[in-house]
Design a protein around this ligand. Structure first.
Ligand code: AMP
Length: 545
């Protein structure tokens, strides 16, 4: 090849702002609906993104600063998804279901400079506000037409912020490796862990997601004609990245604010929603809403992720005409990794073979290098006779845990991101997750640390040993089960109530989320152990499931 000439060609950086070009050209009048709050088109959306950036800039936000959001899913959250990173700042999507102590930890750890707080979360923030280490500006979000006074210590209200400096903000180019978002996962023991994503990663993730959901020779799962509504909170791994994809495609989008099953059903029906995604628990809740009986849900396509799709739930969905399929990912993976292959399956069928196909963890998307390996990073043979850990490489994985060299090294040992999930690849190339290495309990979409529960129960007089495991639950995915051995030496006989009360005290103090209180407590003579003397939680899970 002859020498490449010097050129004034535009070196297109993969920035979040670039996701807006196509939809602004092709779908300027397309609607974005925010529950019962408001509806506007993409032109107004674009205008408000600029006004938000201008307002944040006017209150002092600079590139590299961190802007946190505590909000329900609404148009304002979507505006933040774009405006904050587009101005070079970092969007911290706060998990509003954390305990107050965990909330404080994440605010301090992320070094938030501004926090946008919906009125429903002001009380929660107030509990910890005095212990926020850095000065923060507080922006108030509310759903009333007008407010008379700002809550104590708040600086400005969101709509007034937008009106501060007009809509001619210019989003400049910068390095595509600039960090765009951060949030915290409480998947393992100890403090929440911060993951982070760059502009380049989010743009490539959006492209990868759309490529995986829209192949035209298969069943099109996300197309131009779809109407999108999330049922996974936007704080959970960027609402699985789908708000970015839906905006890039210029789809009609519907944001439901607080998730109430009746409202979700009404919005699906009134706004003609055709595409959504959620964890199994939310789908159970939706199908239990009385309004479902008289609502036609046929044509609705829903990705189930965050946990395996139980076949019983898949069957319930099919009976309502909903097309369900599975996707897999995690907080550390942006999140998209795999999606179940629905080619050739009959969407009306409740035959076992079709239910099983939908529930497979799925096939890797474009650019996803997925392996199942043993502890020496050797590939496990396909087929399912053996299982191993799922490890991955894609361009959109968190490069580590914020501020934790040790955690980052462990996550990326051997040059692949370790998911901690166990599974195998079947003959068709589909991944099936069979278990997870971590023993954390996932109840109602929230992680509970088993060690933390054990620590609390172990301090109760009359208890000698304790194990906390998650047992499958139709409604909540999992519920914690406490298995305890009594201390025969003790004069005090520990009771089920003692255990519940001890955990409740930690819930009351804000150290644990309310899902931690177990319904089931089993007293045994001795707890099963592995060959090296550890609690054998695998056996316990099987026994008590
Ligand atoms: P989170 O970081 O909260 O999103 O949780 C990620 C974890 O959820 C993964 O490591 C898996 O253990 C689990 N998970 C996510 N999607 C699936 C799926 N389709 N099937 C089984 N487990 C899943």
């Amino acid at each position: 090849m002859s020498k490449i000439p010097a050129s004034s060609a535009y070196a297109y950086p993969l920035l979040i702002k670039q996701l807006l070009h196509a939809s602004m050209l092709t779908s300027p009048q397309q609607e974005i609906v925010s529950g019962d709050l408001c509806r506007y088109n993409y032109l107004t959306f674009n205008d408000r993104i600029k006004k938000l950036a201008a307002g944040l800039s006017a209150v002092g936000v600079k590139p590299g600063d961190t802007v946190a959001v505590m909000n329900w899913d609404c148009h304002r959250y979507l505006e933040c998804f774009f405006a904050v990173p587009m101005m070079g700042a970092i969007l911290h999507t706060v998990n509003i279901r954390l305990s107050p102590e965990q909330l404080l930890y994440t605010i301090n750890h992320a070094e938030d400079d501004v926090i946008l707080v919906h009125s429903d979360f002001v009380d929660m923030l107030e509990q910890v506000q005095d212990r926020i280490k850095r000065p923060v500006k507080l922006v108030f979000l509310h759903d009333q037409d007008q407010i008379q006074t700002l809550p104590d210590r708040f600086d400005i209200e969101y709509e007034s912020l937008l009106d501060l400096s007009g809509s001619d903000f210019e989003f400049r180019d910068f390095d595509e490796s600039t960090i765009a978002t951060t949030f915290y996962t409480t998947g393992t023991t100890g403090d929440p862990k911060g993951v982070y994503y760059s502009h380049r990663q989010l743009v490539l993730h959006t492209m990868g997601l759309v490529a995986a959901l829209s192949p035209i020779d298969v069943h099109i799962r996300l197309g131009k004609a779809d109407v999108y509504m999330p049922m996974t909170p936007m704080f959970h791994v960027h609402g699985w990245g789908i708000p970015y994809a839906a905006t890039m495609l210029g789809l009609k989008q519907v944001y439901p604010s607080r998730y109430e099953p009746s409202k979700l059903v009404r919005l699906i029906s009134d706004e003609k929603v055709t595409f959504s995604h959620c964890v199994p628990t939310i789908m159970h809740m939706l199908l239990s809403a009385p309004e479902v009986m008289e609502t036609d849900l046929s044509g609705l396509k829903v990705i189930i992720g965050g946990s395996a799709l139980p076949q019983g739930l898949s069957q319930l969905c099919v009976e309502k005409g909903i097309q369900v399929f599975t996707a897999y990912g995690m907080s550390e993976t942006c999140p998209f990794v795999t999606v179940s292959d629905t080619m050739g399956i009959d969407h009306q069928s409740i035959e076992d073979i079709d239910l099983a196909a939908r529930a497979k963890t799925g096939k890797p998307g474009a650019l996803v290098d997925l392996r199942v390996v043993d502890e020496n990073m050797n590939d496990i043979a396909r087929g399912g006779d053996e299982t191993g850990e799922v490890v991955i490489r894609t361009p959109w994985l968190t490069q580590g845990y914020a501020g934790s060299t040790e955690g980052s090294e462990a996550l990326w040992r051997g040059g692949y991101l370790h998911t901690g999930d166990v599974g195998y690849i079947d003959e068709t190339g589909s991944l099936l997750i069979t278990d997870r290495m971590k023993d954390v309990i996932k109840s109602g979409g929230e992680w509970l640390s088993s060690l933390e529960l054990e620590n609390i129960v172990s301090q109760i007089e009359g208890v000698s040993e304790v194990a906390a495991v998650g047992i499958p639950d139709e409604r909540w995915g999992e519920r914690p089960l406490i298995v305890a051995a009594r201390n025969t030496e003790s004069e005090i006989e520990a009771t089920v109530e003692d255990i519940r009360n001890a955990i409740s005290a930690h819930v009351d103090s804000g150290a644990l989320p309310k899902w931690a209180i177990p319904e089931r407590v089993e007293f045994v003579d001795a707890i099963d152990k592995t060959s090296v003397g550890k609690l054998d939680k695998k056996v316990l899970r099987v026994r008590y499931a």
